[in-house]
Design a protein. Sequence first.
Length: 323
Amino acid sequence: MANHPAIETVIERMRADIIGGAADAAKETADAIAAMVKDSTAETVPALAQEIETSVYAMLGVLPSLAPPINVLHKLMKQVDLAKEQGSNVKQLQEAIAEEVDRFQAWAENALDKVAQYGAEKINDGDTVFMYSMSSTVWRVLKRAKDQGKTIQVIVTESRPANEGLWTVDKMVEYGIQVTVGIDAAIGILIPDADMVMVGADVVGATGEALCKVGTYPAALVAKAHGVPFYIAADTLKFDMNTLLGLPFRIDHASREEILTPDAPIEALVYSPHFDVTPPELITAIITERGFLHPAATSAWMQEMAISETLQAKLPAWAKGEI
């Protein structure tokens, strides 16, 4: 059975890695499921549930460790689980999915606004902020600080191999924020000149570790060595409940073509993961919609999050790359 066009669009955008960030991936995932469910001609709840599950597993097949889309899928699949348990009809399940998506979109916008508010309060007038790669959440923080009338500067490096750091350069110019760009290898020189490091995260684990664009971990090491505060800006949708079960992060790797030119020696092997893990002892705090959290506090907040038993049963295979 062919996937709904909205599902196929998200899958292709994930494959091409052109979705702005983990939060944006969650929003697009939710909208795609909502569109598919709305257009479904299924006549029974089991039939509609099967369509939803097929779409979910198709997206999982191209999804790296991005907690927000996974958590959104938990929310939506939870509605499917409830519909089966309660004997709902198709219309009721369609309405439940639509309402859940609307709730999520409203919550996400409010959460990001609060992260921006708390993060901007930490930035003082005249501060220099080092930012690695790109993060729509950190962009919001910086823009909020600028809108408060603070004069700030941003330092960012290229973030190879995809050069997402250059997206940040464009965004800072748009915001009217002074930005300096350097090569990744210069982090040991650039970070000591900053008042703080602030980065986004794709996943925050149960013990407070953060999965971020590769290069973030060495940036955190440099910050620690020079006494520069290191903040993760991430709402609690980034918290990965799978890590409570001991499931590993799923980390995809860049292709050979992204790293080496066609004339490179065939004997040269390529090892280039897209993400690395920053341990909690290097993180000053996580800036969430609930305020500043110590990394050790993340597991407590995970207990409140929705879990779909149907989806949870599939995630161990997904974490191993079997889906």
